[in-house]
Design a protein around this ligand. Structure first.
Ligand code: SF4
Length: 66
């Protein structure tokens, strides 16, 4: 599983970092950053799924790597 943020969509709303602070943070401009080691975690934390749902512009993707 891979977590990606589409920065062309991200509007810096911060919902991802608020919802799953162990997975996401925000850069100086407010845009989402996946924390090191979380982007390719074998088990995506449940809160990361919630963050993907919470993003108002659907910028967070949880991708299966098969
Ligand atoms: S919730 Fe969506 S729009 Fe807001 S910072 Fe996270 S990825 Fe960007």
């Amino acid at each position: 599983m891979r977590i990606e943020v589409d920065l062309d969509r991200c509007v810096g709303a911060g919902m991802c970092a608020l919802t799953a602070p162990a997975v996401f943070t925000q850069d100086d401009d407010g845009f989402s950053v996946v924390l090191a080691g979380q982007d390719t975690a074998a088990d995506v934390p449940p809160m990361a799924r919630e963050a993907a749902r919470a993003c108002p512009v659907s910028a967070v993707s949880l991708l299966h790597e098969d």
